[in-house]
Design a protein around this ligand. Structure first.
Ligand code: HEM
Length: 320
């Protein structure tokens, strides 16, 4: 009887944890700033339109900023914090240093938003909206962004090093890493479609184009010209050479032609569990757009600070 009772308590506790962690996510709402900052989305859209108009790659860079925020202690704008004498943050972590871009665009948005609605809108929500606008401006889908995240007071380089996927990851590691954030194989495959825009440095794709077997030889030769066996680490190549500034399905077609730029990209089409999804997205832009948008909302729900946790930063680069 005692053990039945204990078993019941255990189940009840598990249910409580699951429901209450789901509850934290449910606190986000698209209408969060409807009365406190009604022009928010227009302000963000206008700064993003200018930034992407000037430099289309900036759309890709802002999208990646959001991913790197959410994967490290949740979507709490921790990635935007500058180092201080007492805190080594995420900006200089392995996947971020000399690589992440767009901080000044978020600063520009934040100062316009502060002028319109002082001390009201979090940097974490600004990033979520800016990432959505980036995708839409590059020709991708749009979606409604749940809001109400608050900003972290600290950031951790160690957490960034542990949580951001390196390009050397196998499909097994990628699946496990995304699963640990509550994201499925489908989410992983759709979200990786973000590599339909933007660029990578030679140091990120060198091992793939010199050493991997599952690479189209002509493609490898072409990329090696941009990326010597040693030196030229910062030389850039588009992740999707077919249409680097267009949010479309050519990334998946590249993968099927063994023209993925990163090892981790080609892992999605290498005789493994993601192959069928790659095939589907390559020929069905509607399915890709739907799954990508849904997965972005899911990614945006990772570990938000809500209620009275964290703060509304006045400057996205430092805690108040
Ligand atoms: C699946 C695991 C992933 C790995 C291993 C990965 C890795 C990388 C690497 C190595 C680069 C090039 C960085 C450089 O050389 O400076 C890159 C660029 C990029 N990543 Fe990912 N990524 C992944 C998933 C994602 C996701 C989920 C998103 C967004 C939803 C994303 C968005 C981007 C974008 C847009 C760029 C180009 C950025 C720019 O041009 O500034 N990535 N990624």
């Amino acid at each position: 009887m005692g053990s039945v009772c204990n078993g019941f308590l255990l189940v009840a506790a598990v249910v409580w944890v699951v429901v209450s962690s789901g509850g934290a996510q449910a606190q986000l709402s698209p209408a969060f700033y409807a009365t406190t900052c009604p022009n928010l989305q227009g302000v963000i859209r206008s700064v993003m339109t200018q930034a992407v108009g000037r430099d289309p790659r900036m759309g890709a860079s802002i999208l990646r900023l959001f991913f790197h925020d959410c994967f490290v202690n949740g979507c709490d704008a921790s990635v935007l914090l500058d180092d201080t004498p007492t805190m080594i943050g995420e900006k200089n972590a392995m996947g971020n240093a000399n690589s992440l871009r767009g901080y000044e665009v978020i600063d520009a948005i934040k100062s316009r938003v502060e002028a319109a609605c002082r001390s009201t809108v979090s940097c974490a929500d600004i990033l979520a909206l800016a990432a959505r606008d980036a995708v839409t401006l590059l020709g991708g889908p749009s979606w409604t962004v749940p809001l109400g995240r608050r900003d972290a007071r600290t950031a951790s380089m160690a957490a960034a090093n542990a949580n951001l996927p390196p390009a050397s990851d196998s499909i097994g590691n990628l699946v496990a890493r995304f699963a640990s954030k509550g994201l499925s194989l489908r989410d992983l495959t759709a979200l990786s479609g973000a590599h339909t825009v933007g660029a990578a440095r030679c140091s990120s794709f060198r091992p793939h184009v010199y050493r991997d077997a599952n690479v189209d030889p002509g493609f490898a030769m072409f990329r090696r010209r941009i990326c010597p066996a040693s030196g030229g680490d910062s030389n850039l190549s588009p992740l999707d050479p077919t249409s680097p500034n267009r949010f479309d399905v050519s990334y998946y077609r590249d993968l099927m032609a063994r023209r993925g730029l990163l090892h981790s990209d080609q892992e999605l089409f290498n005789g493994g569990p993601a192959d069928n999804l790659v095939r589907l997205y390559s020929s069905n832009g509607g399915a890709f757009n739907r799954d990508f948008a849904a997965a972005m909302v899911k990614m945006g729900n990772i570990g938000p600070l809500t209620g009275s946790a964290g703060e509304i930063r006045l400057n996205c680069r430092r805690a108040n």
